[in-house]
Design a protein around this ligand. Structure first.
Ligand code: PMP
Length: 400
């Protein structure tokens, strides 16, 4: 029965981690990792998460019963407020259909399935480049995937004209997938003025925005600033979907905690949308996992824990910003040719270095610096102990 099945290629991102783990070299560096690492190269458990977990163990009201199809009510409400703002008119007007999801990926997946079943969009427009799973997720639900230009190699910045032209040509009803902050893999986000021009086209052409919010608070250290694009779009009357993840900003990668929010025009539509979204979820995994929802509901609902989390998150974002500066200075000190200011101007977890696939091979094979072949490095793999080594590796790979 199964003999005809072909061997699938390994996932390029997860495959990098496997190769890194196998390498015995003492100076190896993991620049592929999509998770935060401390300056000592260790995973981080936020203090607020630890405290919330301790409190949950002691809480006699906590049990391991099933959640409802749309998840933990308190978590979903608090997560929505964190994303859209506690004073959001859309929330006050009951215009947001929200369901807990299996982290960002699962929330994207139920959103894509919902769109495919109920809206039949002619296509989804996805940035070129993007996080690879975006493409696969929409292919799985049979929504045709098209690309919009995003990255301009010459300026190592955003190709706004190319992007706007693609949106202007898209068939009415197309979905436009947008990274709400800290674009993966480029680390390049539109400015406020550029976002406004993007929104004008989306609204004028009746396209449907789908924001992927995987890095709120992780990009700048400021939860409000990192939600600006979504809030601004909604304040213009835009309807949209938003997938939300607590993997990065609360270090809850393996707990798979997130949510999908669908912003509608009125409360009646919202109720109908949520009822159908629950039908989608029921057949996929019945109901979401509990533990991460309890942790985040506790942190977001307790002023002291919430402040502790926000402060530690700010520290995390700033360690990355500091490493950008240190890497840039390391490159300049070595007398590297060309303009490397994109290392400090890009934001979030990743930097799109501009290294060619051949140069990436040198980084990996000669220097044991594991990274994606598209030139993406994870800034969280860099610390004060290895930053000079990484700078030397980049310089050598350029000259090889
Ligand atoms: N979107 C983007 C842009 C991401 O980078 C990631 C994680 N790498 C995700 C979504 C999904 O992450 P998770 O499912 O772990 O929340």
């Amino acid at each position: 029965k199964f003999g005809h099945i072909q061997l699938a290629p390994p996932d390029p991102i997860l495959g990098t981690a496997v190769a890194y783990n196998k390498d015995p070299h003492p100076n190896k560096v993991n620049l592929g990792v999509g998770a935060y690492r401390t300056n000592e190269g260790k995973p981080l458990i936020f203090q607020a998460v630890r405290e919330a977990e301790r409190a949950l163990i002691e809480d006699p009201a906590v049990n391991h019963e099933y959640l409802g199809i749309d998840g933990h009510e308190g978590f979903v409400r608090l997560a929505r407020e964190l994303l859209l703002g506690a004073d959001s008119p859309a929330i006050a007007e009951h215009r947001v259909a929200s369901s807990q999801g299996i982290s960002g990926t699962g929330s994207l997946r139920i959103g894509a399935e919902f769109l495919s079943v109920y809206l039949h969009p002619p296509c989804v427009l996805i940035s070129e480049p993007t996080w690879g799973n975006h493409i696969t997720i929409f292919e799985k639900v049979n929504v045709p995937v098209k690309k919009y230009p995003y990255w301009k190699l010459e300026t190592r910045g955003i190709d706004l004209d190319g992007m706007l032209a693609a949106l202007n040509e898209a068939p009415a009803g197309s979905v436009v997938l947008l990274h709400s902050c800290a674009h993966n893999p480029t680390g390049v986000d539109p400015t406020h003025e550029q976002w406004e021009r993007i929104f004008e086209v989306i609204l004028a052409r009746d396209l449907l925005a789908f924001f992927d919010s995987a890095y709120q608070g992780f990009a700048t250290g400021d939860l409000e600033a990192d939600a600006w694009a979504i809030r601004s779009f909604i304040s213009r009357g835009g309807q949209c979907l938003v997938s939300q993840s607590f993997a990065k900003n609360a270090g809850l990668y393996g707990e798979r905690i997130g949510a999908l929010h669908i912003v509608c025009t009125d409360s009646d539509t919202t109720e109908r949308v949520l009822s159908q979204l629950k039908i989608v979820v029921r057949a996929m995994y019945s109901n979401p996992p509990l533990h991460g929802a309890l942790i985040m509901a506790k942190i977001l609902g307790d002023p002291a824990l919430r402040e502790n989390w926000q402060n530690e998150l700010r520290g995390v974002a700033h360690r990355i910003i500091d490493m950008r500066r240190a890497l840039y200075e390391g490159l300049i000190k070595l007398g590297i040719a060309g303009d490397w200011t994109h290392i400090t101007s890009q934001i979030g977890m990743f930097s799109y270095t501009g290294l060619t696939p051949a140069q990436c091979e040198v980084m990996i094979n000669k220097w044991h610096c594991y990274m994606l072949k598209n030139g993406r490095i994870s800034m969280t793999g860099i610390n004060t102990h290895n930053v000079e080594y990484v700078a030397a590796a980049i310089k050598d790979s350029l000259e090889s």
